[in-house]
Design a protein around this ligand. Sequence first.
Ligand SMILES: Nc1nc2c(ncn2[C@@H]2O[C@H](COP(=O)(O)OP(=O)(O)OP(=O)(O)O)[C@@H](O)[C@H]2O)c(=O)[nH]1
Ligand SMILES: [Mg+2]
Length: 314
Amino acid sequence: MNQLTQQVLDGHTRAIARAISYVENNHPEKENLIDSLYAHGGNAVVWGLTGPPGSGKSSLLNLILRKERDKGKKIAVVAVDPSSPFSGGAVLGDRLRMQKHAVDPGVFIRSMASRGHLGGVSGAAGDVIKILDAAGFDLIIIETIGVGQTEIDIVEMADIVLLVLVPGLGDEIQALKAGVMEIGDVFIVNKSDRDDAAKVRAEIEYVLHMKTPSELDVPNPVVMTSALENRGIDDLLVQIEQYLAAISQNGLLEQKRKQRIARELKIIISAKVRGRVYRQLKLDERIQNWADAAYNKEVKPYTFINRKLEDLFK
Ligand SMILES: Nc1nc2c(ncn2[C@@H]2O[C@H](COP(=O)(O)OP(=O)(O)OP(=O)(O)O)[C@@H](O)[C@H]2O)c(=O)[nH]1
Ligand SMILES: [Mg+2]
């Protein structure tokens, strides 16, 4: 076993950070590293935490970290940064808010860019989860900002998805209903110190009520919290534990994990097939010539590419 693998298994913070940068930079040793860690994982529970910007995810996380640390758990947090430069401030704010956890060796906090990963950010997130899992973290929390497709892809890597909603979203909750409500397992109405929190709760419950039940359905808890006033956090943690216990008992957790692995394998295949095909076609060298030919109407895009691929796979 190589040294880095051993150090990650021993839980060395700097080795873990290095291993994660292997994933981010697509280091030549990345595949060996992940594969050598793989057998040592499977013990961590993975939470996804998502919700609209400013809904209080980081504030809640801060309180959650404190309580779960008190139970003796080792916790890793992966914050997936938005690609937009405008959100730089928020991310910096997160770092500051979590600073007191930064000196705690039982807490590992890392942010990850959501762009620039071969095979996409969910593939990279999957590898990061494997590293942290093998390194002995009991709880891995993936925080994403926003509720777009990227965030959905990422939180789907989790065993349980916590969706944070807040009063004052107005029509947004209507829009959220369509796709995003389906990804939530536990619904958090944060900022319940505000007036219309009960209304939000009622709306969520209404939407949940209309959900077509699946075979392994477990009721989705809706929990009121106020990170500002430090209220509802204990109840939230109890609901999370109960939900996890229920899905691990009825087989849903196993099903989710297998689906996660199936997604990961597909991601690996897509990235590899694409890489091989590009290399075989010498795409980088030739693409501009092909584009020139298409520009001059000498070739038709579909006919041309179909022919190239047929030649390749003959
Ligand atoms: N009134 C009230 N304000 C809150 C509560 N929780 C968080 N806030 C405030 O809401 C703002 C955003 O909180 P964050 O924890 O940064 O929210 P976030 O979801 O992490 O935000 P992004 O990372 O930018 O998506 C801050 O000013 C918090 O102080 C709450 O329960 N009640
Ligand atoms: Mg945040």
